[in-house]
Design a protein around this ligand. Structure first.
Ligand SMILES: CC(C)(COP(=O)(O)OP(=O)(O)OC[C@H]1O[C@@H](n2cnc3c(N)ncnc32)[C@H](O)[C@@H]1OP(=O)(O)O)[C@@H](O)C(=O)NCCC(=O)NCCS
Length: 184
């Protein structure tokens, strides 16, 4: 994929998405390394500043990841990140991910951001399918993906060994035709 253009914006009712920049680094690291995010992610090690800058250089700048900052339409307050990774051009699909800062939860922002990223996937990138991996105890994320229209495709028992415990993983997917049907 080509990288997202610097001025590209995706507008919703309460929020808009803009491409992540290097200037967002400290804020994004604070969100990503917060306990509430880490305990719901597969990758648990703290993300360092160098690690994040490498991610921007090697993934985002090369178009291997499309990452957006979720911002308030009125105040411009940044709330979190939503992104696409693991682009599979042969099969025309990608994987989505999302995390918000601690104070920005449970007011529908995640759901709106997820619906904007799906609009981007299907209308702009013309992907065929979008997938997501969710740890089975992450009630907020399970609900968010179901509300956005994803279908549960698999339940993988004891799929991961994280922090001394086996954890179940739920695989979600949404295909273009189901997305269009649900929207009309
Ligand atoms: C997952 C996440 C993005 C959801 O964002 P959000 O803005 O808080 O979610 P919303 O307010 O849009 O709520 C979505 C649904 O989840 C429910 N929900 C939200 N938080 C919840 C919680 N802690 N427990 C149970 N349900 C929850 C909401 O009630 C809503 O369902 P409803 O409309 O049926 O009531 C956010 O909680 C987050 O950043 N979590 C940490 C990182 C993470 O888990 N990322 C996903 C990894 S797969």
């Amino acid at each position: 994929m080509k990288p997202v253009g610097r001025d590209y914006r995706i507008y919703g009712e309460r929020i808009y998405l803009r491409p992540i920049t290097e200037a967002d680094t400290d804020m994004v690291l604070e969100w990503r390394n917060s306990r509430a995010v880490v305990e719901n992610f597969i990758y648990r090690k703290p993300v360092t500043k160098d690690g994040h800058l490498n991610w921007l250089k090697n993934k985002v700048d090369k178009g291997l990841v499309h990452q957006f900052i979720i911002c308030d339409n009125v105040e411009d307050t940044p709330y979190g990140c939503v992104y696409l990774q693991n682009f599979d051009e042969e099969n025309n699909k990608a994987e989505s991910g999302i995390f918000l800062g601690n104070t920005n939860r449970r007011s529908g922002i995640g759901t709106e951001a997820e619906s904007l990223i799906l609009e981007y996937c299907f209308d702009k990138l013309e992907l065929h399918k979008v997938t997501a991996r969710v740890l089975s105890y992450n009630e907020a994320s399970l609900r968010l993906h179901e509300k956005a229209g994803y279908k549960k495709e698999a339940y993988l028992k004891d799929e991961l060994y994280i922090d001394g415990k086996y954890v179940d993983l739920v695989l979600y997917g949404i295909v273009n035709s189901d997305y269009i049907k649900a929207r009309s």
